[in-house]
Design a protein. Structure first.
Length: 633
C-alpha cells in the first residue's frame, strides 16, 4: 500500500487566476490528493435546477493537469438559501423545539423527505458529470455527519418517520407498550401515531423510548448516507468515503461504515484537548501544543476497523484552529508527528485542512498550510518533509494486535440516557482502557460489539457494554484467551430493562451484581492491592474466584478460568496492574513507556512518538520534542 498526502481546497474561495499556481505548489510539495467541493452547492446550483459546472470542470482539470487526484465531496452539508424557500420545514429542530436556522451549515433534518430528494438530485447530477472523470479518484459523502450536534432532530418530519420506524419494529402498540414498560406512569399508547418524540416531557422520558429514538436517529444517518453512496456507485468506480469525527457517538459509525469503501476522520488534536477530552489541568498544560498522546491513535484504530482496513485522515490540523476554548499553536514538528502516527496505524492518506487560510467568514482564524497572503505557514514545510520521508520509505502493512477492545455506540447512548452518576461516560471509560493499554506499548485493535470471532487475539476487553450481542457471547464462549468484561456488562436488555437473572449472567461465571453505587470522583473505593475504583462500583455475590478485592472486603474483580468480571471503574494504578497481569498470563510483551512517549509497530517498523515538549530517551536513542523515531523490526 502506498501512503500519500493531500490537502483540502476550496477553489470557489479564490480567483480563478490563482488556481494554476496553487496546483503547481501542491504538486511541488509532494501532495497526491486534493479534496474539493463539499460546501459548494450554491455555486454548483445557483438557482433550483440551474447547474453551473464550468468552474468545477476547470478546477478539476487544473488540478488533474498537475497529476493531482481529486476527492470530490457531495455538497449536502450546506444547502443553499433557496432550498429553504422550497422546503421551509426542512430544518432540524432542537430539544427545546427551536428550528436550527440558516446562516452556517448542517441546517437540515435527516428525516425530511423533500430534502432527501433534493440531495439525491444534486448527488446524481454531480456523479453523472464527474463519475468517469479520470481525475476524480475518490468521493466524500456530505461532511461530518453529527457535527454541531445535528443527528437528533425533534421536527415533525422526524416524528412521523420515528412512528413509522416503531410500527415496523413492534408491529403492534401492545408489543411496544410491553417492551418499554409503559404501564409505568400510565404511558400506554393505543396507536403508533400517538407516540411523540422524547423531548419536552415534564420530567425524564422513559429510557426505552429514548433508546429507540437514538437507534432510529442513527438509522436515519445511515440511510441518508446510503442513498448517496448508491447513486455515486451507479456512475463511478472510485472509492467512497465519509469524514467522521473525534469522540462523536450520535450515530452508529459501524453501520455507516459498512456502506463505505473508506472510513476517514478529521483530526484536530489541540482542538480536542482543549474542547472535549476530560483531563486535569496538569495534563492539559503538559500537552497543550501537542495534543493528548492517545486520542488520535484511538480514532485511528477505531476507523481502521470501521473502514474494514481502509482508512484516511481527511482533515489534519495544520496550526491553530478557531473553534476550541483555547487555540494554541502546535509545537514545531507536530504537523509531521500527527501524520506519521496516522501512517503507523495504517492510514492510506493524510490530508491537511486546509490549503490557504481564508481571510473571510467563520474560519478566518483557522490556520492552513499557507497564510492568507499565500506565504507558507509552518505546517507547509512539515508537510513537505513528510512527503520526502514517505518517498524514501518503501513500506506497507498495518501491523498486528494481540489485544482487542470492544467499542459500541449503543452502549454510549445507554449510559448517556441512564448514567446513574454524573461522571459515568461509556466513551471515556473505553478511552481510559485504551490509554492504559497504550502506556504499555501495545498495538490495539478496536472491534465492533457484534464481533463473532476473537481467535486472532490473546486479550479482549469490553468495559461498559450495556448488552452482549449473541455473536459476541458465542465468540467469548469459544475464546481461549483472557477476556475482561464490566463494569455494567450485560446490565440491560436491548429493550432497556434490568434482566432477570441479574447481570452479568456470564456462562460459567458464578457472580451476580447485587447492588451498584455511583460516587463523586473524590470518594475512591480503595483496593487491597493498591489503587481504587472511582465513580462506579458494584457489589458482587457468588462463588467466582476473587482476583481483586476492595479494602472493605467486597470483590472488585472475579474470574472463572480466563473470563474476568470487573466490578467498577479502575483508577490508573488499578487498571495498569490488571492489564499487566492479563498480558503476563497471555505471554503478551509489554513495555511501560516513559511519560508522553508512545509506540506502534507496523508489519515492518517500530515507531516511537514523543508527545512531550522536551526530548525523551528510549532504548539509547534521544527523541526530540515532537519527534518521531522509527527503526526496522
Ligand atoms: C471540521 C470541518 C471543516 C472545518 C474544520 C475546522 O469540523 O469538517 O469543514 O470546519 O472542522 O477545524
Amino acid at each position: 500500500m502506498k501512503r500519500t498526502l493531500g490537502v483540502c481546497y476550496y477553489p470557489e474561495h479564490w480567483p480563478e487566476e490563482k488556481w494554476a499556481e496553487d496546483a503547481d505548489r501542491m504538486a511541488a510539495l509532494g501532495l497526491t490528493w486534493v479534496r474539493i467541493g463539499e460546501f459548494a452547492w450554491s455555486r454548483m446550483e445557483p438557482e433550483p435546477g440551474r447547474y453551473d459546472w464550468g468552474w468545477l470542470d476547470r478546477a478539476i482539470a487544473t488540478l488533474g493537469a498537475r497529476g493531482l487526484k481529486v476527492v470530490l465531496g457531495t455538497p449536502t452539508a450546506t444547502p443553499p438559501r433557496w432550498m429553504l424557500d422550497r422546503h421551509p420545514d426542512m430544518l432540524a429542530v432542537d430539544k427545546d423545539g427551536r428550528p436550527r436556522g440558516f446562516g452556517s451549515r448542517r441546517h437540515y433534518c435527516f428525516s425530511h423527505q423533500g430534502y432527501r430528494a433534493e440531495c439525491a438530485k444534486i448527488v446524481s447530477a454531480l456523479a453523472e458529470r464527474y463519475g468517469k472523470n479520470p481525475h476524480v479518484a475518490a468521493w466524500q459523502t456530505d461532511n461530518e455527519y453529527a457535527c454541531h450536534a445535528t443527528t437528533l432532530s425533534y421536527s415533525e418530519a422526524a416524528k412521523t418517520a420515528f412512528q413509522d420506524w416503531l410500527a415496523q419494529k413492534y408491529q403492534s402498540p401492545d408489543a411496544l407498550n410491553r417492551a418499554w414498560g409503559n404501564v409505568f406512569w400510565s404511558m400506554e399508547y393505543r396507536d403508533f401515531r400517538e407516540v411523540g418524540l422524547p423531548n419536552l416531557t415534564v420530567t425524564e422520558p422513559n429510557p426505552s423510548h429514548v433508546m429507540d429514538f437514538r437507534r432510529f436517529s442513527s438509522d436515519q444517518v445511515a440511510s441518508f448516507n446510503r442513498l448517496q453512496v448508491e447513486i455515486i456507485r451507479k456512475h463511478s468506480t472510485a472509492p467512497v468515503a465519509h469524514n467522521f469525527m473525534g469522540a462523536i457517538t450520535e450515530f452508529d459509525h459501524w453501520k455507516v461504515g459498512a456502506d463505505l469503501d473508506i472510513a476517514s476522520w478529521d483530526s484536530y488534536p489541540l482542538g480536542f484537548l482543549s474542547d472535549r477530552i476530560p483531563a486535569d489541568a496538569e495534563h492539559r498544560r503538559r500537552f497543550v501544543r501537542q495534543g493528548d498522546p492517545d486520542f488520535q491513535a484511538f480514532h485511528h484504530d477505531l476507523y481502521r476497523a470501521v473502514g474494514r482496513g481502509r482508512w484516511w485522515i481527511m482533515e489534519q490540523q495544520p496550526g491553530p484552529v478557531n473553534w476550541a476554548p483555547f487555540n494554541p499553536d502546535p509545537l514545531p514538528g507536530m504537523a509531521r508527528l500527527w501524520a506519521w502516527e496516522a501512517f503507523a496505524h495504517g492510514a492510506e492518506a493524510v490530508c491537511y485542512f486546509r490549503w490557504r487560510q481564508a481571510p473571510f467568514a467563520q474560519e478566518q482564524m483557522h490556520a492552513g498550510l499557507l497564510r492568507p497572503d499565500s506565504a507558507p505557514a509552518p505546517a507547509f514545510g512539515e508537510a513537505g518533509q513528510v512527503a520526502r520521508e514517505l518517498a524514501a520509505m518503501s513500506e506497507a502493512g498495518t501491523g498486528r494486535a494481540e489485544v482487542a477492545l470492544v467499542f459500541d455506540y449503543a452502549s454510549d447512548w445507554a449510559w448517556e440516557i441512564q448514567p446513574q452518576g454524573r461522571s459515568f461516560s461509556y466513551f471515556w471509560l473505553v478511552f481510559h482502557f485504551y490509554k492504559g493499554l497504550r502506556k504499555l506499548g501495545l498495538n490495539i485493535d478496536i472491534i465492533p460489539p457484534d464481533t463473532a470471532d476473537l481467535s486472532a487475539y490473546r486479550l479482549v476487553l469490553a468495559p461498559g457494554l450495556f448488552t452482549l450481542s449473541d455473536p459476541l457471547k458465542a465468540a467469548l464462549a469459544a475464546f481461549d484467551g483472557t477476556a475482561i468484561l464490566g463494569p455494567r456488562a450485560n446490565s440491560r436488555t436491548p429493550d432497556f430493562a434490568i434482566p432477570v437473572p441479574l447481570p452479568p449472567a456470564l456462562p460459567g461465571l458464578d457472580a451476580v451484581v447485587a447492588r451498584v453505587e455511583s460516587l463523586p470522583p473524590d470518594v475512591p473505593v480503595a483496593l487491597a492491592q493498591g489503587g481504587a475504583l472511582v465513580s462506579w462500583r458494584e457489589k458482587l455475590e457468588g462463588s467466582a474466584g476473587v482476583v481483586e478485592a476492595a479494602e472493605d472486603g467486597w470483590p472488585a474483580m472475579v474470574a472463572a478460568g480466563r473470563l474476568h468480571y470487573l466490578a467498577g471503574w479502575p483508577d490508573e494504578a488499578a487498571l495498569t496492574r490488571i492489564l499487566l497481569r492479563a498480558c503476563a498470563a497471555e505471554g503478551i510483551e509489554t513495555e511501560i513507556l516513559p511519560e508522553g512517549l508512545r509506540r506502534r509497530e507496523t508489519a515492518t517498523h517500530r515507531f516511537l512518538f514523543n508527545y512531550n515538549c522536551v526530548p525523551a530517551e528510549w532504548g539509547g536513542v534521544t527523541i526530540p520534542a515532537a519527534g518521531v523515531h522509527w527503526q526496522p523490526l
